[in-house]
Design a protein around this ligand. Structure first.
Ligand SMILES: Nc1ncnc2c1ncn2[C@@H]1O[C@H](COP(=O)(O)OP(=O)(O)OP(=O)(O)O)[C@@H](O)[C@H]1O
Length: 210
């Protein structure tokens, strides 16, 4: 799987000129706060339009491909779980908005919950979950739509060391089992090192291989 980006983006007074070819199963993206890492992800998703240039995934130019057809599982920095839905409702959300029938949604929710060991949480409210459990639900919600590309924005923030280790192992398993490409934003070098040798830095509006 190969994601090639070559675009510029202006937001306010900032300009990014971002070029790279991501072809490893896992790539870490690092860089100082405010450098533009989340902006990069939003552009790849199509949530922010690029000003000039291209984003090409496996040979397909995404210029006219809407977000929902890009097969991306996006895990935003704040997880953005829906507090008024149960765990099952959160997991199934991406399928329900795509008008998948209820039986299929229920089967897929059970399948992904078993895979992530959260089946005992399916009827819980989001407010009644621990940080690590929320993390797993957010990963499940990203995975259930059968993505080809995962974008995880600082997914392990605020977790204790043991839970962080468990999540790192889970991420490695997901990428290997499901043959998905993952880009992961992190501020922690050891997190990047645990997952990949390929680390890019966003700095001064550019993307550089570290
Ligand atoms: N909609 C917007 N309009 C104007 N400026 C924006 C907008 N969104 C983000 N920015 C600015 O763009 C810069 C990059 O933001 P971004 O969220 O991509 O940084 P980041 O590298 O992900 O930071 P962090 O590590 O703190 O999460 C910041 O200075 C931010 O204030």
């Amino acid at each position: 799987m190969t994601l090639t980006i070559d675009f510029s983006k202006v937001l306010g007074v900032q300009k990014w000129t971002l070029s790279a070819t991501f072809d490893q199963p896992i790539t870490a993206i690092m860089g100082p706060s405010g450098a533009g890492k989340t902006t990069l992800f939003k552009c790849i998703c199509g949530l922010l339009p690029v000003d000039n240039g291209t984003i090409v995934f496996n040979g397909v130019n995404w210029e006219n491909v809407p977000t929902e057809q890009r097969r991306i599982g996006y895990l935003p920095q704040d997880l953005a779980l829906f507090p008024n839905l149960t765990v099952a409702g959160n997991l199934g959300f991406g399928l329900s908005v795509s008008h998948v029938d209820r039986l299929t949604i229920s089967q897929k929710v059970t399948e992904i919950a078993n895979y992530l060991n959260i089946e005992h949480l399916l009827n819980r409210q989001i407010s009644a979950l621990s940080g690590g459990e929320k993390q797993r639900v957010a990963m499940g919600r990203a995975l259930i739509v059968n993505p080809a590309l995962l974008l995880f924005d600082e997914p392990f923030n605020g977790l204790d060391e043991a839970t962080r280790q468990a999540c790192l192992e889970l991420v490695n398993k997901i990428v290997a089992d499901k043959n998905i490409q993952l880009l992961l934003i992190t501020h922690h070098q050891q997190e990047a090192d645990a997952l990949t040798k390929t680390v890019y830095i966003v700095e001064n509006g550019m993307l550089k291989l570290s």
